[in-house]
Each structure stands twice: as structure tokens, then as C-alpha cells.
Design a protein around this ligand. Sequence first.
Ligand SMILES: C[S@@+](CC[C@H](N)C(=O)[O-])C[C@H]1O[C@@H](n2cnc3c(N)ncnc32)[C@H](O)[C@@H]1O
Length: 281
Amino acid sequence: MKTQEIKQLIKIRYGKCAEAGKATMTCCGASEAGTNSSFAAEHGLYSTAELSSVPEISRGLSRGCGNPTGFAGLQPGEVVVDFGCGAGIDVILAARKVTPGGKVIGVDFAPQMIERAQQAVSEAGLLDSVEFVVADLEQVTVPDGNADVVTSNCVINLCPDKGAVYSEIFRILKPGGRVAISDIVYEEKIDPRVRAHFEKTWSGCVGGSIDEESYFKVLDNAGFTEIEVVARHLLRETELEEMACCPGPEFAPGPDEADLQVVQGKVASIKFTATKPTINS
Ligand SMILES: C[S@@+](CC[C@H](N)C(=O)[O-])C[C@H]1O[C@@H](n2cnc3c(N)ncnc32)[C@H](O)[C@@H]1O
């Protein structure tokens, strides 16, 4: 498939999921949380308290693999841009941390997701500190050097040109700004034939994934430094199945059982931070 076709397919599938608007699957970020908030924090996941503090619509449509705002070190007054915000779960959690004085901009190319996110932000009473932009992550309409932090939760694995997305993140960050990201990677190089099979179901969060070493090379090439993995979780069988047909089996076909077996134990959700160097560093 060509890049534009892949992106169109992803936009349609996530758009339909947003229209359906209900909880058809759980996400790794939520399902692992349990009741223990220190466990959740240590593993870069949502705590039960965080989950119960966001409107139902954002929770039900949450399709993340971690909890970026839990390890971003957000401070009041900061400007945060959430890449691929979906129905707004991390936008809402971030907005609570950066107010007063701060702002969160949620970006997604599926307008139906943005509508859901707007609805949730309104319910949460956070309209004054949140903005949304409908845009492709390779070209967001946010000015240069504007953001203190960019968050993203289980999105960049879906992007065919990860270099273009990380260049865009680098552009909009202030010097000294940082990223806090959860994403899906292969823990080792995978047989290209098996990868090609997964690519057929691209909207699932395994189809566009690459191996961790190549992933961090992309960040390095974009200019990021101080790349630090804060947590890593190897996907269990059920999590891998869910991830592979994200946003849900009714919207995206799952891969073959045989292919899933080959990558079992080799797909991880990683949570990491990285920094845009200051001009003098
Ligand atoms: C797996 S969902 C994660 C959503 C959200 N971050 C969460 O944790 O619930 C991926 C989201 O990224 C969006 N997305 C994927 N590729 C994109 C792109 N190239 N530009 C903008 N949005 C994109 C999809 O529309 C979808 O809402």
C-alpha cells in the first residue's frame, strides 16, 4: 500500500470507531492499571483514580498503550501538544496538570475523534485550557518553538513516515522542550515476510511498528538527545491480539493466528522521554 492509502485507511477506521463511540475493547494503558497507583506509575500506566477522573467517552474510546502524562513531569503554565489525541484522554489529564496558565493542544486527523474529544473536554469543564487541531501529524499547524512538551500515546507506530513526524515534533518544541511518549515497537528484527503480513492490517498498532533500535535512530536523526526509556512492557497474548486489530475487530481485520504466534513475546509497549537540546548544548 502507498503511504497516502495507509493514512486514509487509518483515518477512516478510527473515524468509524469514534462515530460508534463505545467501548469495544480495552487498551493496554487502561487494562494493566489495576487498583494500585504505584504499580501504574512504575509501569507508565493509568491509575484507577486517573481513569475514573475522565469522562466516559474518552475512556471508552481510549486506544493507548501507556500514560504519557504520568511521566512527562508536567507543570502549571506549560504548553503541551498531544500527537494523535483520539478522544482526548491524555488531553484531559494533561490539562489538569498544566492549569493554571498552561494550555493543551490535541491534534488528530480523524475529525470524528476530535468531535468526541471536544465533547469530553466540555464535560470535564476544561474548554478554556484546551484547543484542537485536525491535521496530519507530519504537518501540524502549530508554530515553531511553541511547545514545552509533546505527548503521544500509541500513535507514531501507525505513521508510515516516522522521521517526518519526529521532525515536526522537533520543530514545534521550544529549545529544551521534551517528549513523553508511549508507543509499540518490536523488540528484535522480525522476518520481513511476517512484517509484510502485519502491514496489511496497518491500522492495528503492530502493522506499522518497527524495531526499537531503528525507532530510536529516528529520534536521534531528528535531533533529540537524552532518550530515556522509563518503562517497557512485553505484550501478552490477549494484548497483542487487541493491539493488532486496533481500533477494534469490527473496524479492522486482525492478522492470521500463525503470524501472531511468530511475533508473540517480541512486541512491546515502551514509554520514553527525550529532549530537544537548547541552542547552546
Ligand atoms: C491508537 S489511537 C490512540 C489515540 C489516543 N492517543 C489514545 O491514547 O486513546 C491512534 C490515533 O492517532 C490518530 N492518527 C493516526 N495517524 C495519524 C496521523 N498521521 N495524523 C494524525 N492523526 C493520526 C488516529 O486517528 C487515532 O485517533
